[in-house]
Design a protein around this ligand. Sequence first.
Ligand SMILES: *[C@@H]1O[C@H](CO)[C@@H](O)[C@H](O)[C@H]1NC(C)=O
Ligand SMILES: *[C@@H]1O[C@H](CO)[C@@H](O)[C@H](O)[C@H]1NC(C)=O
Ligand SMILES: *[C@@H]1O[C@H](CO)[C@@H](O)[C@H](O)[C@H]1NC(C)=O
Ligand SMILES: *[C@@H]1O[C@H](CO)[C@@H](O)[C@H](O)[C@H]1NC(C)=O
Ligand SMILES: *[C@@H]1O[C@H](CO)[C@@H](O)[C@H](O)[C@H]1NC(C)=O
Ligand SMILES: *[C@@H]1O[C@H](CO)[C@@H](O)[C@H](O)[C@H]1NC(C)=O
Ligand SMILES: *[C@@H]1O[C@H](CO)[C@@H](O)[C@H](O)[C@H]1NC(C)=O
Ligand SMILES: *[C@@H]1O[C@H](CO)[C@@H](O)[C@H](O)[C@H]1NC(C)=O
Ligand SMILES: *[C@@H]1O[C@H](CO)[C@@H](O)[C@H](O)[C@H]1NC(C)=O
Ligand SMILES: *[C@@H]1O[C@H](CO)[C@@H](O)[C@H](O)[C@H]1NC(C)=O
Ligand SMILES: *[C@@H]1O[C@H](CO)[C@@H](O)[C@H](O)[C@H]1NC(C)=O
Ligand SMILES: *[C@@H]1O[C@H](CO)[C@@H](O)[C@H](O)[C@H]1NC(C)=O
Length: 814
Amino acid sequence: MHILSFLLISLKLLFFFYEFAFATDSISSSESINDGGRTLVSGDGRFELGFFSPGSSKNRYIGIWFKKVPVKTVVWVANRINPINDSSGVLMINSTGSVVVVMRANKTVVWSANSTKEAKSSVVLQLLNSGNLVLRDEQSSGDGLGSYLWQSFDYPCDTLLPDMKLGWDLKTGLERRLSSWTSPDDPSPGDFTCGVERQGNPEIVMWKGSNKFYRGGPWNGITFSGTPDLRHNSTFEVNFVNNEDELYYTFKMIDKSMFSILVMNKTRYERERLTWSETTQNWNVHSRVPRDYCDDYGFCGAYGNCIATQSPSCQCLEGFKPKSTGYGDWSKGCMRNKALNYSKLDGFIKFNRLKLPDATNCWVNKSMNLKQCRVKCLENSSCMAYSNLDIRGRGNGCAMWFSDLIDIKQNLNGVQDLFIRMSASELGTKEGTKMKIVVIVTTTAAVAGVLIVGYYIYKSRTDLEKSESKGKTNQKIEDMELPLFELDTIANATNNFSFNKKLGEGGFGPVYKGTLVDGQEIAVKRLSNISTQGINELRNEVKLIAKLQHRNLVKLLGCCIQGEEKILIYEFLPNKSLDNFIFDQTRSKLLDWSKRFHIIWGIARGLLYLHQDSRLRIIHRDLKTSNVLLDDEMNPKISDFGLARIFNGDQNEGKTNRVIGTYGYMAPEYAINGIFSIKSDVFSYGILLLELVSGKKSRGFYHPDHNLSLIGHAWKLWKEGKPLELIDPFFRESCNESEAIRCINISLLCLEHQPDDRPSMSSVVLMLGSDNALPEPKQPGFLIDRIPGLEPDSSNKPEFSLSNEVTISLLEAR
Ligand SMILES: *[C@@H]1O[C@H](CO)[C@@H](O)[C@H](O)[C@H]1NC(C)=O
Ligand SMILES: *[C@@H]1O[C@H](CO)[C@@H](O)[C@H](O)[C@H]1NC(C)=O
Ligand SMILES: *[C@@H]1O[C@H](CO)[C@@H](O)[C@H](O)[C@H]1NC(C)=O
Ligand SMILES: *[C@@H]1O[C@H](CO)[C@@H](O)[C@H](O)[C@H]1NC(C)=O
Ligand SMILES: *[C@@H]1O[C@H](CO)[C@@H](O)[C@H](O)[C@H]1NC(C)=O
Ligand SMILES: *[C@@H]1O[C@H](CO)[C@@H](O)[C@H](O)[C@H]1NC(C)=O
Ligand SMILES: *[C@@H]1O[C@H](CO)[C@@H](O)[C@H](O)[C@H]1NC(C)=O
Ligand SMILES: *[C@@H]1O[C@H](CO)[C@@H](O)[C@H](O)[C@H]1NC(C)=O
Ligand SMILES: *[C@@H]1O[C@H](CO)[C@@H](O)[C@H](O)[C@H]1NC(C)=O
Ligand SMILES: *[C@@H]1O[C@H](CO)[C@@H](O)[C@H](O)[C@H]1NC(C)=O
Ligand SMILES: *[C@@H]1O[C@H](CO)[C@@H](O)[C@H](O)[C@H]1NC(C)=O
Ligand SMILES: *[C@@H]1O[C@H](CO)[C@@H](O)[C@H](O)[C@H]1NC(C)=O
């Protein structure tokens, strides 16, 4: 017994030493790494260096990859352009202290690390825990900071690891740029690169060959103006360093249990941020750029603003008109309505929520403030715009643009202001329309009992500065039915609309969670754009909608209309929306059949109330799982009802040329012709039913056997007489079969192609509640998941996908 355990321990020790001997993290000049032999492993075991063959290629390369990640993820390759076609490669330190990769057969050097520094003693090559391969003097502690003779972090391939620098060492002129692989089989540099543009106001740029095709926008101290939502992620922290010595972008992990990389896609022109998921053992795409076609460099031409959610997406900035009259021809961009005075008579209009224009021709000064910046810009007739360099605090630094403004995009999360030069006469018209406020003063003359109505028209001020400051309209609380909140209260309750408080982003703007001073939790919807109607109409509309009260509708608590801010305040529901449950593997288990049927029933009641039982006839127009919230007892509550009405106050019936809705839920007649009715809501309800029963998303539904949409799939199973197969396997056994089949039958009735054939919500409620036989459904619309005219042309552009959550708006095709 004792002898056996002694033997076992010795064996373990032996293995330990064996592993230790072959897993050291450095090699000295007397050692080498042969193809097929040992590898180099970082001290923490995360990274490994050795020979490998990418994809289906037989070529041999030396590279660094994640040791423990089952999907081989190579982050760095040494001999990218010089592969070895057999297994004769050797990595070694030659007698003059250079790291070289040679072919054993005839000693040809296929790659060498060119150190510019002289080694003082013998050198070692070490793979650090960061994934950095460094060559250092054996004596030096090897703690970085210039002590390395050479490091792989200075020669990035297609992957940026945490703490790596993307950009310039301005003292040595070294540029660190990412370049894609040519293909998944070939790591040689492709024509797709990413680096930091030095000129003007620096920013991250991606190129195809020598053509710029994506800009991240200048850094504003917190984030890049092209990706404003990047900030405040507790997982990693990004930084942009711009001083005399260095100019680079970098990021580091805050949450050390997570790991994130930035990588150039090997098959398409896209850069992705991937995060490793321990649970799925796979890389998750955290974000990618370009985000949409509006990120295509200069898509809308000079002074054009690209708004991805609108059609046409290109719109001229205020004060500009299209240069070309041809429909859809944006290459020429926009021109001024009124020519500039090119003098101090000119002024500026403030724009915000924009990705700042191409900053290559910018002139910057870090010590000037915004006022000095304005004066300086006005002095020089070729200065077209200015802004702060850094928006932290009250903002500081000055950037001025000395060329036409190009590559502007709408960014609803953007916070940086851009001041664009305008002629005096343009500013005059702006003043005229915006600053004229009509105030009606009513007084009662006691004796005569005569009502005197006086009009006072505030003359527009000539002070040009005025146009730069936001007009503040404070509404008096005169209507006790609908509480009006002060903007300050709402800002305070949401930590100034902090990213951390954001619950989500709907079609009409972001939603935040807030806590009022008395502890009440609220949901705050910040409407992003309602320019189509005046403040009074808006308030009336909100008042009407606030009167709609039903236990299956989210309660509107009040609103805040102040200056440019239009905000709706709703009751807060902690359980979030239905899509968070039914499409989530674990949480979907919380909704068994009886809960689902309860939800199906509740949504039908809520919708019926909107359509028929309320004083207003409300057509929701964007009913979907993410617009159904659940309270703590899993009662469904429809949200965002009436918003379509607010946004198109003048359109109460029939036909619209601005379609609001979500691809995947829209009825055919609405998606294609813009015709909406209560029956287009019934169609969306039908989709919701299918999703609740099947646990599958309508948008992006995929079946290995056919290319039908979820509707087509349901119809196929129905016609084949096996509707039960549609039911989510999780509760297929336990559900009430007749109820489930009834729901599928009702959903197919709701999805019928002709609006007139679809039942009304009152029939739906009746059918859900009775045991009577149901009509046999006819063939539904959208058997295949395609809407003519809505499919983006993906052949030549980076693919632009309308995601499940994005609400789309488009003009009807003419
Ligand atoms: C490798 O390349 C050399 C010269 O390019 C060629 O002579 C040799 O046959 C190749 N070996 C293999 C295995 O393809
Ligand atoms: C070592 O490699 C470097 C880089 O390829 C080369 O310049 C140098 O001559 C080599 N030294 C010897 C002794 O081979
Ligand atoms: C060594 O072999 C490689 C490929 O096998 C070949 O390309 C190269 O020209 C050879 N070098 C010499 C010096 O013979
Ligand atoms: C090292 O220098 C040689 C000759 O100047 C060059 O061909 C090679 O690309 C350089 N290698 C690296 C890794 O920069
Ligand atoms: C930050 O990114 C990670 C990785 O995707 C994500 O899991 C996390 O929720 C994000 N945090 C915030 C505060 O957005
Ligand atoms: C690159 O894009 C392709 C196509 O969308 C995708 O399948 C692949 O996962 C992407 N690569 C990475 C590294 O994310
Ligand atoms: C920046 O502006 C400050 C203040 O106006 C001025 O003193 C300084 O010379 C400027 N710097 C440059 C590089 O123009
Ligand atoms: C205006 O600024 C540009 C760019 O800095 C400069 O070249 C030009 O001389 C300036 N013009 C005047 C009148 O100051
Ligand atoms: C400058 O603007 C004023 C105000 O609109 C206009 O009357 C005047 O003609 C303009 N002057 C020039 C030189 O364009
Ligand atoms: C802002 O919130 C804090 C606590 O969250 C509270 O003490 C303070 O009174 C609030 N201020 C206003 C103006 O509501
Ligand atoms: C919100 O912003 C204002 C002004 O920028 C600041 O004074 C206030 O402290 C901020 N409040 C919170 C809760 O961050
Ligand atoms: C709001 O929408 C209108 C038309 O729908 C558009 O003209 C305007 O530019 C938009 N404004 C913003 C800030 O998005």
